[in-house]
Every structure is written in structure tokens, then in C-alpha cells.
Design a protein around this ligand. Structure first.
Ligand code: GBH
Length: 496
């Protein structure tokens, strides 16, 4: 019948969220304006040699002052959601050891109201890597269980001030990346690492990531508990976490490599999602690391399980994965127990998993989207999912002129391929409810400063002018097409 065939035309569910994503440190600038405290990223980027192009986020794209213009850009594209993060140090300059910064609250109220007034759903991350430096100085932040109290206090304030308008909460952005980069390789603050993992003056790469992770997991559970007991009933929102999710493709069909890929996933993503959703760390982690590193006290383990309403998936790339227990791997590459004795890499034995990009970590492998979504669906009982980030980074140097910089054919191809692959997963039953492109604008790309660009809009970092790229028009078309199909499906045409 006609109804069914029209429904088959629609690639995404009717109320699907189409948005773009951002984060406070990468977008806002205004790093000490109106009472904001210093964050760990302010302190880190101000040290020489930490950021490849020597820049920092002091100004970034000045979203703090230009948010209205940016909301207009969103409106031009036609998105119905915007993922942003809150700067903890802007709201609580000294964590729970000082006052709420009213000017910080006022800024987020202005931004959130601007979104809501234009029919754009705010999708809010409570912490996207940046935390008040005060917590680092006082008790070494994530290495201390004290931080659970601080995070709970901060999250409560976020729900209290913004929860009347914010219906989607993400506690943490990519906690797996934050602990790996902060405590194993040392490339993000607090720059702790040891041995062959990196070049730091303090740290213990084999132990500290696991300690930091357990404090993040328990902080997440504490915030979810506050939301569920004090706010969720009245405010009616949902709460989740956003993981960096890589698809690990077994390098061969051997059962060893398949198990290797499984271990790679357990030591990367399931490390956080298993305790939060299923109540315990993955079995492979216990077998390889032993109980000590993964110990939740009896009191703490009772707080675990069922700790989210949805999973946020930040997906960009896939790697091959190879077993290093039964086969021998090069020293330092996959031979470590902290990564589950699995070698993961985009290139293996002369094969490359996809087209390389300007970023050493990002390879184009669109099939990975369907595979990772299906993997998460199967492991966690098809809990609701959102693709909280997906995007393609380019280096301006590779463009001869600004005009070419706007002609981002590679980005369009990348996004189109990944979105099609997502549609395939949804068609086969995955409960995915939204998709966010990283990012609306070029912005401060962490270690790479402003030298790597992810924007649907080009930003001239001297004038801060924003100009839409071809990919912005591509996204607008995707959304319009979806609206007309979803409209048809309900028997009425789209309003204009
Ligand atoms: C996401 O991370 C972040 O959530 C977002 O803030 C970021 O802008 C976006 O992707 C694009 O990168 O510094 O060379 O040692 C994606 C996963 C994991 C990629 C950590 C970079 C560190 C590489 N990231 N990785 S390096």
C-alpha cells in the first residue's frame, strides 16, 4: 500500500534530531570574562609547546559574544537541535569551594533561550574535557574520589538552572579519550603519563587511567541519581553519556583476531558503558588486569547499573584490530595489557582501512558507522542512541585559495557516506534518534589549535567572519529532504 512505500522512502524516524555539535572551550573564548575561573585547558594551552600551532582558546570563535549570529546560521541550515557544552569554570569558578557565577548562568540562559525561541532543541553536555583548575590544584581532580562530590554538586546546579528548557543531558564527553589522553599518553591536561607511553614528568600510565575512569563512572552515576530523584519527573528530560566510539575491524577472519577486536572494544568503550549499564567492567578487563585496578568497593558497586537513558556515540573512524596474545606483536604496539593485548591501527601489513585525512587518527570508512551502531545496539539491548558527533577535519594548507576552502567536496563525501551507513543501521532496527555534525564552525581543535578545520562554516580567524561551505548546503538539503519525506508519511505536506 502507498503508506508503506512512503514510509520506506524516509531514511530517518519522524522526530529525528538533526544538529551540529560544539564545546565550550573550543567555541566560547571569553576565557576570563564576567567572572569565569581558570580551567585546566586554559592553564594547559598557556604553557609553551603544548599546542602544535602555539595558539589557545582565549578567543576561539568568540561564540560567547556571537552566539546570536551562530543561532542564525543554524536556522539557515534548518537544524532542529544544537549540541553545546557548559564550561564548569564559568558556572563554578572554584568548583564547590566558591560561589555560583551569576554572569555565567546568565550567558547560558541567553544562549539556551535563543535556541528555544527559534525551535532548536538544546542538547547539553555538562563536561567536555574542561574542568576548573581549582579541582586539579586541590586534589588532583579525577584521581581523587573527592571529585564525585564536586561533579554531583555542579550537575545539580545545571539541572536546577537550565533543566526547565534542556531535555537532553550528556554528563561527559568522551571520558575514554579524556582519561587516555590525560593519564596514559599525557597529551591532554593534566599531562600525566609514564614509561613508553609518553613524555611526562609525573604519572603512571598503567594505573592512573583506571583510577580516573572509576571516578568518572561514579561521578556520572551520582549526577544521574540527582537528576532522577530531584528533577526528571518534573522536567521530563533524558540523560546519557557520549563515548568516543571507534569501529575495530578484525584484521583477519581468525577467531584470535575477532577476539582481539572484541578486547580492543572492551578496553576502549565498554570500559565505561558496561559498568554504567550492566553494572560491571567487561570480563576481559578483569581477566587481564586482575581485580585490583578495577575495584569498586561494595558500597560503590551498588550504585552501578541502568545508569543512563541513551548512549551518545561520537564516531569518526575505524581501525583494524589484531590479536597480541596468541600472535606476537611489536613491543609497545598492542603488547600492553592496558589495551587488552590488541594491536589497533588504520594500517596493517600494507592494507589501509580507508582513505586517510589531514589527521593521523582519522580514516574514511563509512561502513564503520553501521557496524558500531549495530554493535552497541546488540550489546546494550537496543537502548536509545544518538550520534553525538561525526565529522571530517581538513587542513587549510592543502587548499590553494579561500574559494577552494569553501568547496569542501571531501567533507560532503565523508558525511554523506557516514549518514547513509547510519540509515542502514536504522533500517535494520537500531533505535537511533539523532545525528550531530562536528561542527557548525571551524574552531579550536585541541592539540592542533586552529590548523585543523571541522566546520560546515569556514571561519576567518582574523576577522572571525563565518562563511558557509558546500557542506552547509549539503546538510540543509538532507534536512529538507527528510522533512518532506517525514511530512508525506503523515499524509500532509511540509509547511513553508
Ligand atoms: C572529538 O574527539 C572531540 O569530542 C571533539 O572535541 C573534537 O573537536 C572532535 O572529535 C574532532 O577531533 O591529539 O593527536 O594525540 C575525537 C577523538 C581522540 C581524536 C583523541 C584525537 C587525540 C589525538 N579524538 N585524539 S592527538
Amino acid at each position: 500500500c502507498a503508506f508503506v512505500s512512503l514510509e520506506d522512502n524516509s531514511k530517518f524516524p519522524r522526530n529525528f534530531l538533526f544538529g551540529t555539535a560544539s564545546s565550550s572551550y573550543q567555541f566560547e573564548g571569553a576565557f576570563l570574562s564576567d567572572g569565569k575561573g581558570l580551567s585546566n585547558w586554559d592553564v594547559f594551552t598557556h604553557k609553551t609547546g603544548t599546542i602544535l600551532d602555539g595558539t589557545n582558546g582565549d578567543v576561539a570563535v568568540d561564540h560567547y559574544h556571537r552566539y546570536q549570529e551562530d543561532v542564525d546560521l543554524m536556522k539557515d541550515i534548518g537544524v532542529n537541535s544544537y549540541r553545546l557544552s557548559l564550561s564548569w569554570a564559568r558556572i563554578l569558578p572554584k568548583g564547590r569551594f566558591g560561589n555560583v557565577n551569576k554572569a555565567g548562568i546568565a550567558y547560558y540562559n541567553r544562549l539556551i533561550n535563543a535556541l528555544v525561541n527559534r525551535g532548536i532543541e538544546p542538547f547539553v553536555t555538562i563536561t567536555h574535557y574542561d574542568i576548573p583548575q581549582e579541582l586539579e590544584n586541590r586534589y588532583k581532580s579525577w584521581l581523587s574520589s573527592e571529585i564525585q562530590e564536586d561533579f554531583k554538586y555542579y550537575a545539580d546546579i545545571c539541572f536546577k538552572y537550565f533543566g526547565d528548557r534542556v531535555k537532553y543531558w550528556v554528563t561527559f564527553n568522551e571520558p575514554n579519550v579524556a582519561v587516555i589522553c590525560g593519564y596514559r599518553t599525557g597529551v591532554y591536561p593534566p599531562s600525566r603519563c609514564s614509561g613508553s607511553f609518553g613524555n611526562c614528568s609525573y604519572g603512571d600510565s598503567e594505573r592512573e587511567p583506571f583510577i580516573a575512569a572509576s571516578n568518572i563512572i561514579l561521578s556520572h552515576m551520582a549526577a544521574v541519581d540527582v537528576y532522577r530523584t530531584k528533577y526528571q519527573k518534573n522536567q521530563g528530560g533524558k540523560i546519557g553519556i557520549a563515548m568516543n566510539a571507534v569501529w575495530f575491524e578484525p584484521f583477519s577472519n581468525s577467531s584470535e583476531d575477532k577476539l582481539g577486536a572484541e578486547r580492543a572494544q572492551s578496553f576502549y568503550m565498554n570500559w565505561f558503558l558496561d559498568p554504567i549499564i550492566l553494572g560491571k567492567y567487561p570480563a576481559e578487563m578483569h581477566q587481564i588486569l586482575g581485580a585490583e585496578l578495577l575495584a569498586f568497593s561494595k558500597y560503590d558497586s551498588e550504585k552501578l547499573k541502568n545508569g543512563l537513558d541513551f548512549i551518545g556515540i561520537n564516531h569518526y573512524t575505524s581501525y583494524y584490530a589484531k590479536d597480541c596474545i596468541f600472535s606476537s606483536c611489536e613491543e609497545g604496539k598492542g603488547s600492553s595489557k592496558t589495551e587488552g593485548f590488541a594491536l589497533t591501527s588504520a594500517q596493517m601489513n600494507g592494507l589501509t582501512i580507508g582513505e586517510p585525512s589531514a589527521l593521523a587518527w582519522l580514516y574514511v570508512h563509512p561502513q564503520g558507522m553501521e557496524k558500531i551502531v549495530t554493535y552497541i545496539k546488540d550489546r546494550y539491548n537496543n537502548i536509545a542512541m544518538f550520534i553525538t558527533e561525526n565529522g571530517f577535519g581538513t587542513s587549510e594548507n592543502s587548499y590553494p585559495t579561500t574559494k577552494d576552502a569553501l568547496n569542501d567536496v571531501k567533507r560532503v563525501e565523508y558525511l554523506n557516506g557516514y549518514l547513509d551507513s547510519l540509515a542502514a543501521a536504522i533500517r535494520k532496527g537500531a533505535d537511533v534518534r539523532g545525528y550531530f555534525v562536528w561542527s557548525l564552525l571551524d574552531n579550536f581543535e585541541w592539540k592542533h589549535g586552529y590548523s585543523i578545520r571541522f566546520g560546515l562554516h569556514h571561519v576567518d580567524f582574523a576577522s572571525l567572519n563565518r562563511t558557509p561551505r558546500m557542506s552547509a548546503f549539503w546538510y540543509k538539503n538532507v534536512i529538507e529532504e527528510h522533512k518532506s519525506q517525514a511530512g508525506n508519511r503523515n499524509g500532509h505536506t511540509q509547511e513553508r
